[in-house]
Design a protein around this ligand. Structure first.
Ligand code: ADP
Ligand code: MG
Length: 677
């Protein structure tokens, strides 16, 4: 489509063009793609006496009765008395519009549109438009309200939109013919016209959902086309994988079995895997990682497992050693603190291929780390790593399969867009015998009751976490901190061994504490949110989170996930202070009502909106003009289904009906492809 510039529209001079370009509008096509932020429904004539505080709008004919004026601050202001067809009087206050005196002559009739107020029994209006005819006043119509900036006015914008629609008409369809009926969409010419000038609010809605659908569909389609074609075959477990399962004291959940099978299939087909393993906290992702690592090793590959903190890496290395060493797997552990001769040896055996599996932190992608044949990279808590870090690891292998694991449940709508170029496996079912964590909201009055309940757990030989938002008293006196509370709790629970843990401790000290906690030499930890990610202590049955209102839903869910990791009943106490905001109240309520991470994520999305929830890194590139990831969940799914159907039936877009898509893909590819994250 030839790009016709917005400057050809009437009323768009240099200044207006600059302002428009800051709204992203430089061409006529941009103009018709600019979504009105609201609509002004002037269909109903509204007489003056209908104006109320809730809805002050009026739009009706008036007749001028008389003029007067009043002065303030050396300025004369015109006041026009008028009456509508009901005979209701109104005072029109013409601030800065003294010139209206020439027009609003006594006895003439006008159409007025604006917001009226009743003051001491007299209706007044000061924010209004006044027109000679009904049409000019827009009465009987629904008018678009655009985002404005600089010198732009609604009037300029409406004229520009009208001009653009007229000049580009007929606007060609952007989707294959059969899709319109199937998906109940407007044809595009109509959709653009009704987006700007709908005759009913339903029309506006349908126009918007058509354009939102189109946008999502084209994005999904372009992503799916990039994805390598699968000629997949079922693949089976190796002997050692079976052996691992036999050695386990429990059986895998169905979702674990399914996820492992999906990964195995990916591994055994030629294209490199790019898969996201999503599973709520405690759903058993790590085991899926070890099982599939065995598969890769048995196919002659080396495996790297990367964790975001030294603490977690250590825990995983211990776990792997217990499960995999007996099967003859050579495991290495690397962090920044592995240095000197032992590092040299480690790097040598990795390079020569004697090491099958290496577990570590960021240290894994240091310059000096190289593999003989890295074929499988597993990234735990993937959202904690940046793009560059992951790419650095990727460069160490050739076409390595990648498994990104995350406990941050991503609502399906977001997963389908943000991770559009990933395959997704989900662990939804929890291992058998888990009892949902019971959550209590605790205010000051119930604090001592809470301490008592935790004491009972200690008598049962169970363990606990106490979490506070800060390390020590940094002047903000009203916040509890770990250092003070550590002393306080010592007195509360005399004889119960405890430890203080926070980010300022050296790593080996943290490691020692966790080790002792696992061995039950320590019965409770007084911690900052360092314990948020991944820590797995089955006998910990209580978590107390103070100032819970300060934590986001995702963090609260992660923290709560530290308990309820065995068949023991467990408890989460969310202690909150005074003066909760509505949002904080909503968050705590969600936590009390559900344990399901996916539901929590959906709620989080509703409370906060998608941008904040996924962080800048994951949402900044989603320049969606029409679709909203909060409210258009069903559109996302439908768009995905249609895109999958097209890929299946006509991947090359060779059929006549799909020619329009071939063109779209060529023209807009750069625009609609989500960036890899
Ligand atoms: P996450 O998915 O949060 O990373 P983990 O992988 O740490 O969870 O697993 C949580 C706990 O559940 C671990 O102690 C693990 O051994 C145990 N687990 C994993 N799978 C099962 C299963 N199928 N049945 C019982 N327990 C399991
Ligand atoms: Mg984990």
């Amino acid at each position: 489509m030839a790009m016709r510039r917005i400057t050809e529209a009437p009323g768009i001079g240099k200044k207006a063009a600059e302002d428009l370009s800051s709204l992203g509008v430089t061409t006529l096509h941009d103009m018709i793609s600019l979504r009105p932020r609201a609509y002004d429904d002037r269909r109903q004539e509204r007489r003056i006496r209908n104006a109320s505080i809730e809805d002050p709008s009026i739009s009706c004919r008036i007749t001028v009765l008389s003029h007067s004026e009043f002065s303030s601050k050396a300025r004369r202001t015109l006041k026009v008395m008028a009456v509508d067809d009901d005979g209701t009087r109104i005072e029109i206050l013409c601030f800065n519009r003294y010139f209206l005196k020439q027009q609003l002559m006594t006895g003439t009739s006008w159409y007025i549109y604006g917001k009226a107020m009743r003051n001491h029994g007299v209706y007044q209006i000061s924010s209004f438009e006044i027109k000679r005819t009904r049409e000019e006043a827009g009465i009987g119509r629904i008018l678009p309200v655009y985002p404005l900036t600089g010198s732009l006015t609604e009037k300029t914008m409406r004229r520009a939109a009208e001009y653009a629609l007229l000049s580009l008409s007929p606007i060609p369809d952007e989707l294959p013919a059969s899709m319109y009926e199937r998906e109940n969409l407007m044809h595009h010419d109509e959709a653009y016209r009704r987006l700007h000038f709908p005759r009913t609010m339903e029309e506006a809605k349908k126009a918007l959902s058509t354009l939102a659908f189109t946008e999502l569909f084209l994005m999904e389609l372009s992503v799916l086309r990039e994805r390598p074609e699968g000629n997949r075959k079922k693949s089976s477990m190796t002997g050692r994988e079976r052996k691992l399962l036999e050695n386990l004291p429990f059986t895998l959940t169905e979702d674990q079995i399914k996820a492992a099978a999906e990964i195995r299939e990916d591994m055994d087909s030629p294209a490199p895997m790019q898969r996201l393993l999503q599973g709520d906290v405690g759903s058993g992702k790590t085991l899926v990682a070890w099982l599939t690592a065995l598969h890769a090793i048995d196919k002659g590959k080396q495996v790297a497992f990367m964790a975001p903190t030294e603490l977690l890496a250590r825990q995983h290395a211990d776990g792997a050693a217990a499960l995999l060493s007996p099967l003859g797997i050579n495991i290495a552990f690397i962090t920044g603190s592995v240095k000197g001769e032992s590092r040299k040896l480690l790097l040598k055996s990795l390079k020569e291929g004697t090491t099958d599996l290496i577990i570590g932190t960021h240290a894994l992608f240091s310059e000096d780390v190289s593999f003989k044949n890295l074929g499988y990279a597993i990234i735990d808590e993937q959202h904690r790593f940046g793009v560059q870090q992951r790419e650095a690891l990727m460069r160490k292998g050739k076409n390595a399969d990648i498994l990104s694991m995350t406990a941050t449940p991503i609502p399906r709508s977001l997963a389908l867009t943000i991770f559009a170029d990933y395959s997704v496996s989900v662990l939804r079912t929890m291992p058998k015998g888990r009892i949902p964590v019971k959550t209590y909201l605790v205010n000051e009055e119930r604090r001592s009751e809470m301490y008592k309940s935790v004491g009972v757990e200690f008598q049962r030989n169970h363990q606990a976490y106490f979490v506070y938002p800060r390390i020590d008293d940094e002047g903000e006196g009203d916040l509890r901190d770990v250092t003070t509370m550590y002393e306080f709790l010592k007195e509360k629970y005399p004889g119960v061994p405890s430890a203080l843990i926070h980010s300022r401790l050296p790593d080996d000290e943290k490691m020692r504490i966790l080790h002792d906690f696992k061995e039950k030499k320590i019965r409770y930890l007084v911690a900052t949110s360092v314990i948020e990610v991944g820590i797995d202590i089955p006998d910990a049955t209580c978590i107390i989170i103070e100032h819970a209102e300060r934590f986001g839903l995702a963090a609260l869910h992660q923290l709560r996930g530290r308990v309820g990791r065995s068949t023991l009943a467990s408890y989460c106490f969310l202690v909150y202070g005074k003066g909760l905001t509505d949002e904080a109240k909503a968050r705590l309520k969600v936590m009390k009502e559900t344990n399901d991470g996916f539901q929590i994520a959906e709620k989080d999305l509703q409370i906060r909106g998608p941008g904040e929830m996924t962080g800048d890194r994951q949402s900044g590139f989603l320049h969606l003009r029409f679709a909203s990831l909060t409210s258009d969940l069903d559109l996302v799914e439908r768009a995905r289904k249609e895109a999958e159907r097209i890929i299946k039936e006509d991947r090359g877009l060779l059929e006549a009906e799909n020619a329009v898509l071939r063109r779209e893909m060529l023209e807009h590819k750069a625009l609609i492809q989500p960036r890899q994250i």
